[in-house]
Design a protein around this ligand. Structure first.
Ligand code: URA
Length: 231
């Protein structure tokens, strides 16, 4: 929202007074004086009025190397969830930007920024996700063309978007998909009579799982990584 709207909505200063406060340089946004009331702010902008902090919520963006055996959920009565791996002061405010099945491993993103996670997960954004897959049976060469054409999912009555399959040899492949349907990778291989035995997500869009991160560990995203999904 606009900065002037944020200030007037508090109800302590009428519109005219807010304009004067801004002109007089009494308002700071993220530490710097801001005189333009049209400035767009978010719920993570730090806003100060005459030295008083009106809003100061930290935005958190984390990359987790999800190990097998953890549910992609915030709570669960039966199984451990990935939240148990997150030792962070704002842990209770975080949500998942996408999911992995319990047995799957790899890159999982967590944040308290709902706009950001929406951009990561929104199917229309067509963010690519790369999975390393090991299957029960040898992957036939025709599978790549079948996945590129799309697989019909009767339950949702839709055909998956063209996916890119790179067969690494035998039962191993890299699969790039551009959406995140329920159990999508497993169902795609099931549709060609094969079965996924292990599934590891290597990347989401330009964000690649940090090789230095051991399974079960997380780290904050850097500014450039956050910006991959910012507008
Ligand atoms: N597709 C699946 O089937 N499982 C996952 O965990 C991710 C994508």
């Amino acid at each position: 929202m606009r900065l002037d709207r944020f200030l007037t909505r508090r109800g302590t200063h009428p519109c005219k007074e807010v304009s004067r406060l801004l002109q007089d340089g009494r308002v700071r946004v993220d530490g710097a004086v801001e005189t333009d009331g049209r400035r767009r702010i978010s719920r993570f902008s730090r806003i100060e009025l005459e030295g008083e902090i009106l809003q100061a919520q930290e935005a958190v963006y984390l990359m987790l190397y999800k190990p097998a055996g953890y549910l992609s959920a915030t709570t669960d009565p039966l199984h451990p969830t990935v939240m148990e791996l997150i030792d962070h002061p704002l842990r209770d405010e975080l949500h998942l930007a996408g999911r992995l099945d319990r047995a799957s491993t790899g890159l999982l993103l967590l944040t308290n920024d709902g706009c950001w996670s929406k951009r990561v997960t929104e199917p229309l954004e067509e963010i690519s996700k790369v999975y390393r897959v090991t299957t029960r049976d040898e992957i036939s060469p025709e599978t790549a063309a079948i996945f590129a054409a799309g697989i019909y999912f009767a339950y949702e009555d839709l055909t998956t978007r063209p996916a890119v399959l790179e067969i690494l040899g035998g039962r191993d492949a890299l699969l790039t998909i551009h959406e995140g349907r329920y159990h999508q990778v497993k169902r795609m291989f099931h549709a060609v009579g094969n079965q996924v035995l292990s599934l590891h997500r290597e990347s989401i869009g330009p964000l690649v799982l940090d090789e230095a991160l051991p399974p079960g560990k997380f780290r904050p995203l850097g500014a450039a990584e956050v910006a991959c999904f910012s507008r």
